[in-house]
Design a protein. Structure first.
Length: 292
């Protein structure tokens, strides 16, 4: 029995480590903003992450058709847009709230594709969570509305990343797909981020911190997630990923000292519940369809 459980426990450990590292990387990146600016941080993260993953997965061995290149192009645009808008959101709002708002993108994508009445429950939970997070302009501790909008835009890009990533993923292994997508994102978004940088990007003094952000935010978690995917079902993987907003909030609290109000913690819990519920409902529907 222990032999059967060990691969699952290893996968769970890998996925938890992936979520912790990616949110730790985001926390460190936020501390890096004063050095080179948000744009410079995004430019370095995308470029160095792409370089690391290209060296690991060697995607040049793949042979892509024209339709596959089109899917890859949109996939790379979505991937880079997600990182760019999310980091600019982090400049204005706490990490945990930013991830919770960003999470609504894939959540809504899953819910809008459903036709089951029970899914209105998850929609209601997600809307309630959003309502608690939306900025109250009359409050002293109101969230920045631009930061909220940028986090929601990152969620929209995340939905596009999933939608087109499924089509782009048919070209080869997941690692090679991400390497090509990040390379496309680097070509498009590095010049934009570099033009918005507030400090020099090509200096040896900032390279260790930039590499740390790239490894923690992309290279290491993507590799750990692929290990987890090979050992976990899609249902278990998705349910566990629903914990990411809470992990982000804890990373923001421990690393950045970002405290949240009880209503904001409640909003994060509602969004996590909606994500878990929609995932479990989708899995049950697939089982019923298969049995019929």
């Amino acid at each position: 029995m222990s032999l059967n459980k060990s691969p699952v426990l290893l996968a769970v450990g890998c996925l938890l480590c992936a979520m912790v590292t990616i949110q730790s990387g985001a926390s460190i990146a936020k501390q890096f903003f004063p050095v080179v600016g948000v744009g410079g941080t995004v430019a370095l993260r995308i470029a160095l992450s792409a370089l690391i993953l290209v060296m690991i997965f060697r995607p040049w061995r793949l042979r892509l058709s024209v339709p596959q290149w089109r899917a890859m192009l949109v996939y790379g645009l979505s991937l880079g847009g997600m990182q760019m808008s999310f980091y600019f959101a982090l400049e204005r709002i706490p990490l945990g709230i930013g991830v919770a708002l960003e999470f609504t993108g894939p959540l809504m994508l899953a819910l809008l594709s459903s036709r089951q009445k029970r899914d209105f429950i998850w929609i209601a939970l997600a809307v309630a969570g959003l309502a608690l997070l939306l900025p109250d302009m009359s409050g002293v501790d109101a969230l920045d509305p631009i930061g909220v909008a940028l986090a929601l835009a990152a969620g929209g890009c995340w939905a596009g990343y999933i939608w087109f990533g499924q089509r782009a993923g048919s070209v080869g292994s997941g690692g090679a797909t991400v390497a090509i997508g990040l390379s496309i994102a680097a070509v498009i978004y590095f010049p934009i981020g570099a033009s918005l940088a507030t400090g020099p990007l090509f200096t040896w003094s900032i390279l260790p911190m930039a590499l740390t952000i790239a490894v923690l935010s992309s290279a290491l978690p993507y590799s750990l997630e692929m290990m987890a995917l090979s050992r976990l079902s899609t249902q278990h993987f998705s349910v566990m990923m629903s914990l990411e907003p809470a992990i982000a909030a804890m990373a923001g609290l421990v690393i950045l000292g970002e405290t949240l109000a009880w209503s904001q913690w409640a909003a994060i819990l509602l969004i996590i519940s909606a994500s878990m519920g929609s995932t479990l409902s989708a899995t049950k529907r697939k089982v019923v369809i298969t049995q019929e």
